[in-house]
Each structure stands twice: as structure tokens, then as C-alpha cells.
Design a protein around this ligand. Structure first.
Ligand SMILES: [Zn+2]
Length: 230
């Protein structure tokens, strides 16, 4: 058995982040069988995923609200999100982005976006982690949909420690205070069908704050998507 494991690790250097089974390099982190069993919530014909669309009803006008995979504690979606966020496996985000793009395409929803924007991460936190998992997901989506992606337009403001403390109450009262549209990259939004994405939506307050900022710009329309809602 040990010899077999050794042999497998030689031929298949990586393990599937969902089932721990061997993956070949071209499969990149998620094996073919786990890919085919992703618990997608998207329906045919395509419609807005109800719980997420409901969350935003009356708050921000959205074209589409997509929450892709069903989240079950201990299930495959949780394992994927965990590997992406804490397991130093940024490529999982790109793989998932490409898979969602392919699924949207199969539902007749290809090429409905011009620009994908990830929910930004604080620069200090991103430096520590080495990547922003929402950006990795955004990159895969943009690649699959052959559209642009940018993490330079919507940014998280850097604040010194003192500012952070002073603004704590302010931030509790209004989350949007920490996000800004970069003035130099503002014009990239003009007349664009923007897709704002995050890896996972919990309360929804973060992505809502970002959506509120973007909708104030002269975008053609705004949609949101996440891998899952937890
Ligand atoms: Zn697998």
C-alpha cells in the first residue's frame, strides 16, 4: 500500500481539495469526478438565485444575483472555500470561476458581462495571505467569459491603526466607508455591464456596501455572484 501511495504521489503530485484523491496536473486541484458533482443551484432556464436576489430586493437594483453552489457544513462547497481561503490554494478560485462561466454559458448566459470586479481585501491582509481569493475567482470567471477583470477600480482604503480605532464606530454604522472607487480608474466603469463577485456571502453587508458604491457610477448595469452563501 505504501509503495502504491508513493507511486501515486509521483505520478499525481497534488490531491483533490474535495475528496483528497489524486488529480492530474491539468485538472488543477479539483478532480473530474468532484467537478461533475458540484452542488450547483443554478436552474435551467437560468433565473436569479432566489435567496440572494431576495437579500438585495429594494436595496440595490441588480440585473442578476447568482449564488452558485449549495453550502452544507462539512460538504464539498465548504471544503472548496476552505482550501481557497485558508489552504493557500488560490488556483481553486480560478478553477471555480472557469467552471461557473462554463455553466452560465451552457444556460445561455454567456457574454452578458463586460467587467468582473472582486470584493477587495485590505492590502495588509492580502499581503499576508499572498492573494485575494475573490480576485482569483474573478480571474477565472473573466477568463471563461472572455471579458475584463480588475481589482484596481474598487479598493479597500488603507488606514493607520489610530484611524482604524477612531473610525471603528463609524465603520460599524456604515461599512461603505472603507471601500472607495479609485478616482484614476473610475472611467473604466462607464457604460459597462459589471459583475461584482465575492467567494462567499454571509450577511451580505460587505458586498452590499460595494454594490452601493458601484451603482452610483455610470455603469450600464450591475450583477453580483458568489461561489456560495453560508
Ligand atoms: Zn475529488
Amino acid at each position: 500500500m505504501n509503495m502504491l501511495t508513493d507511486f501515486m504521489s509521483l505520478v499525481f503530485p497534488e490531491a483533490c481539495v474535495v475528496c483528497s484523491g489524486p488529480v492530474i496536473k491539468t485538472e488543477q486541484s479539483v478532480c473530474i469526478s468532484c467537478r461533475s458533482e458540484l452542488p450547483s443551484l443554478l436552474t435551467r432556464p437560468f433565473s436569479n438565485h432566489e435567496p440572494l436576489a431576495k437579500k438585495f430586493e429594494g436595496l440595490v437594483p441588480l440585473r442578476y444575483a447568482v449564488s452558485w453552489l449549495q453550502f452544507v457544513k462539512g460538504g464539498s462547497t465548504q471544503r472548496l472555500l476552505h482550501a481557497l481561503k485558508y489552504g493557500r490554494r488560490p488556483e481553486v478560485g480560478e478553477v471555480l470561476g472557469r467552471l461557473l462561466a462554463a455553466e452560465l454559458q451552457s444556460l445561455g448566459q454567456s457574454a452578458v458581462f463586460d467587467l468582473v470586479i472582486p470584493v477587495p481585501m485590505h492590502p495588509r491582509k492580502q499581503k499576508k495571505r499572498g492573494y485575494n481569493q475573490a480576485m482569483e475567482f474573478a480571474k477565472g470567471l473573466a477568463q471563461g467569459m472572455a471579458c475584463d477583470v480588475s481589482d484596481q477600480i474598487l479598493v479597500k482604503q488603507t488606514a493607520t491603526e489610530t484611524q482604524t480605532r477612531k473610525r471603528k464606530l463609524e465603520r460599524i454604522l456604515n461599512v461603505s466607508e472603507v471601500f472607495v472607487i479609485h478616482p484614476e480608474h473610475k472611467q473604466a466603469l462607464f457604460n459597462k455591464r459589471v459583475l461584482l463577485v465575492d467567494d462567499v456571502i454571509t450577511t451580505g453587508s460587505t458586498i452590499e456596501a460595494c454594490a452601493r458604491l458601484l451603482i452610483r457610477e455610470p455603469v450600464a448595469e450591475l450583477s453580483i455572484a458568489s461561489i456560495a452563501m453560508a
